[in-house]
Design a protein around this ligand. Structure first.
Ligand SMILES: NC(=O)c1ccc[n+]([C@@H]2O[C@H](COP(=O)([O-])OP(=O)(O)OC[C@H]3O[C@@H](n4cnc5c(N)ncnc54)[C@H](O)[C@@H]3O)[C@@H](O)[C@H]2O)c1
Length: 329
């Protein structure tokens, strides 16, 4: 069995590798090539904690796995992370655990790559301006994926706290020098999205984080943050304006994301507004962007197949390059 830390993964697996892995995962998922049971949720009321077990099986890769993600808000008082995550990968041909990976970094990597893959497939090829809303734990890989798939002149960064956005922008400018893109913190989300070709919202907000009226024709939008029926991070107006709307998993998005559940329940939007899953664009069973002025929108809530396929690819590379700590029971 192999143990892989964040540093191990960073040594061997690039954002480009992650983009390829998630495209394969999205395709496998939408063509019915995976088994993804409902996740199991166990509460620990004494600690106001919750632990989620996200299992899945991808037969064609001979791979199984479960990501264990806990939300224990009081951990921070003990100097521990409040959302610890671990990925357990199994050899699908023997049922044995073959690898344990840092689940926090795996989540960041695959979530960035998922929005990145959608951006790669749907954004205009001549996109020049990006907007990133939210500068929390997921933001670095969201930014990296955006930079990796388009040659951008500028990315504007907005979060509720300007100082935080400025610090984030300065750090990222150093980290991602190789892309030659100006990374600039801005004071309002209006400033961030006006004229932007690509907009990524990755926040914990329950209310829309940008004004859909200001989205320019031809833009591509990624909604990454909302995961509860009460969360509406994307302005409903842009759902009406969008020419095409795609999901990572239509079933999961319509069960979890308030951005869609609320307007569907209120009857202000109907199912025929949805184009379908991005995996079907990858397999050429659905069109992607067809004209330069279309507005495209992608919503992801995440799913186990993304973790399993990405973890499997990381594991393979680690074996090839002799990275990680080997353990036997
Ligand atoms: N789609 C997926 O697969 C996936 C995977 C992991 C996390 N997520 C979700 O993504 C979201 C962000 O995760 P994170 O780890 O970065 O969270 P975080 O708590 O580290 O950061 C949240 C960010 O959102 C910003 N924010 C909150 N409300 C805002 C508002 N009204 N306007 C502008 N900015 C606002 C905060 O300032 C902060 O920068 C969470 O809701 C998380 O559950 C989705």
């Amino acid at each position: 069995m192999l143990l892989l830390t964040k540093q191990d993964i960073q040594k061997i697996f690039t954002m480009q590798d992650a983009l390829e892995a998630v495209k394969q995962a999205l395709n496998i998922y939408s063509s019915g090539g995976s088994v993804v049971p409902l996740r199991v949720n166990i509460s620990a009321p004494n600690y106001e904690g919750q632990t989620l077990f996200m299992p899945g099986y991808v037969e064609s890769l001979g791979s199984m796995g479960v990501k264990i993600v806990s939300v224990f808000p009081h951990n921070t008082e003990k100097g521990k992370p409040s959302v610890p995550a671990t990925m357990v990968l199994l050899d699908g041909t023997s049922g044995e655990v073959c690898c344990i990976l840092d689940g926090t970094y795996l989540t960041q990597l695959r979530t960035g790559a998922t929005a990145g893959a959608a951006t790669d497939l749907l954004a205009r090829s001549d996109a020049k301006i990006g907007a990133l809303i939210g500068t929390g734990g997921q933001a670095v890989t969201q930014l990296e994926a955006m930079l990796a798939v388009r040659n951008l002149r500028e990315v504007r960064i907005f979060s509720r706290n300007l100082e935080h956005a400025q610090t984030f922008g300065t750090q990222m400018q150093t980290k991602f020098t190789k892309y030659g893109t100006l990374l600039r913190a801005v004071e309002t989300s209006e400033e961030a999205i006006t004229d932007a070709d690509i907009i990524t919202a990755v926040t914990t907000s329950h209310q829309p984080v940008f004004d859909g009226h200001l989205v320019k024709a031809g833009a591509h939008i990624n909604g990454v943050g909302s995961y509860l029926p009460t969360m509406q991070e994307i302005d409903e107006f842009i759902l009406h304006r969008a020419d095409k709307i795609y999901f990572d998993s239509q079933e999961a998005v319509l069960a979890e994301a308030g951005d869609f559940i609320i307007p569907l329940t209120q009857g202000t939007i109907s199912m025929d507004k949805f184009t379908g899953e991005i995996g079907k664009v990858i397999s050429n069973n659905l069109p992607g962007r067809e004209t330069p002025l279309e507005i495209t929108l992608f919503k992801t809530v995440g799913m186990a197949v993304l973790d399993i396929v990405t973890a499997q690819k990381i594991y393979q590379k680690a074996l090839e390059q002799d990275i990680g700590q080997k353990i036997s029971f």
